[in-house]
Design a protein. Sequence first.
Length: 586
Amino acid sequence: MEGQNIASVEEGLEVDPGQRVKTEDEPMESIKPEESEPEATKDNNPYAYLQRDEFCSERYKIELRNLPKQYGFNELKKFMMKLKLNPHKIKKGTAKGHFVFISFRTEEERDKARATLSGQKWKNKVLEASFANAAKDPLVKQRASLEGKGNEEPEEIFTESVDEMVKKSTTPWFDVPYSEQLEKKNEIVRGYLEGLKKELFRTNMDLRKLPNPLWVSESILPSPVTSHYRNKCEFTIGYNPENKEKTVGFRLSSYKRGSKAVGKIDSLIHLPEKMVQGAQVFETFIRKSSYEPYDPETHVGVWKQLTVRTSSTDLLLMLIISRKDLSQHEVEILKKDLRLEFKDLKSPAISSFFIKELEVQGQKTKNEPELLFGKGYNAEKICNLSFRISAESFFQINSLAAEVLINAIKSHAELDDDTCLLDICCGTGTLGLCLGKFCGEVHGVELISSAVEDARVNAKDNGLEDKCQFYCGKAEDVVDVLTYQTKKKKIVAIVDPPRAGVQLKVLQTLRRCSKIDTVVYVSCDAEAAKKNFVDLARPESKKYRLNPFVPRRFIPVDLFPMSPHMELIVILQRIQDESCNTIPLC
């Protein structure tokens, strides 16, 4: 799933200049970023981005070492706040969390943090703090590696055609027979489960008392369609390296690998024709425009990203622009031109067009996108229910395969009239509404307000507003209240989070609610969610109340043909007594 509700426990950095972390084998350097900047011209200075006016979290950064073996980022942040420090972002330095980078908004805040944290004791560990180097701009670094002795800036070197590179980056299994794709995904799940079992047994030794098999893993459920299935894409706007034209498509490589090149999308098998047409008509428009694509290196330019959403009946476009170099008058003229160009377009007919502006410093604004024309949403049908999907609301990428996923949940969640279904990260209410007729009541929780509004409208349109209620807020703040309010005898929690999983507070809330015996976890990145599964299965303690939840069934569903990705439904059940007696396989 794409991120929409509960924030990751890490506060990730943007993929822009300097936004990467050290690897474990890199040395710790205890010098300030400005002291490390080489004498060089601005064009090839990998630290030039630090001198720009816009805010950059790499500018004032420390490295914190000798951390305890187990800690949460929220815990660390609270600890720092008690010391009257004001961290902006915290990022792991290695996959095992041996050290972290902490950035600040000012030099004074950084220096105070370094002085305060050095020698500070936390969880029986004496912390070590030092100034951290800013990361080099990856694009400048790549450029330097390609430069010869000449003075001309080298072009990116590609060993394959742009079309082939785009195919391999977006649909790497495009030339693999579908039956082989499914078997490869089954192998991925089997390998993942072997590693998960070892981690669970290491974390909670009592789980070894459970009879084998600890869980059942089903074969992957195939997608009803294998091509033209994707109903949403976020296209980058840049330059095609072959013809140097402005292009709406996919970046050939990430910025941190030193690339800004963008390839076209018309040969991609997973995109519906209507989506490709929408991107192409907008591409024609910007090629006639005097404005340039947004440059992630310099933050100069206007056109940044085009989101395209399709349904069986609708085509929605959302344009993201940078207005750093535009006056308010120029922005209004641009909006007028967009209306004139696309409002009455017949092929393809655009049902909604939104525009969203970046903040001046290049970060996405939290403001709602502005509707330039149209009804403002897409309409779709799943499981014989009608859904309204706004520009930024989450909805499953593959609508037909989403029905397969929902039916699989219904088969194993043991819902009845005396069940309250708690839908965490509910998006537009797809899961809760489709499963609502099989249970007594549904309570959905979502952070994005437009998605909650969609969910409420969807409930009303489908005659389910009395049974299904949706709330806007953080799950950790809302779930406790909902679990106490329901009069149903049991609660089944469905967790359908962003890629990185949910925060620890949400898991702790699920653990301490005695009415919840079953958690249905839907993950699009099981490796990233592994820590959530381990935390749910930890032994009872002050931090993890009541008996643990143990994975008992795994059902992979292929929502992403032509790629190694899949959705994984994990049915977790609570152990019923302290002796870890048998809990039935669901």
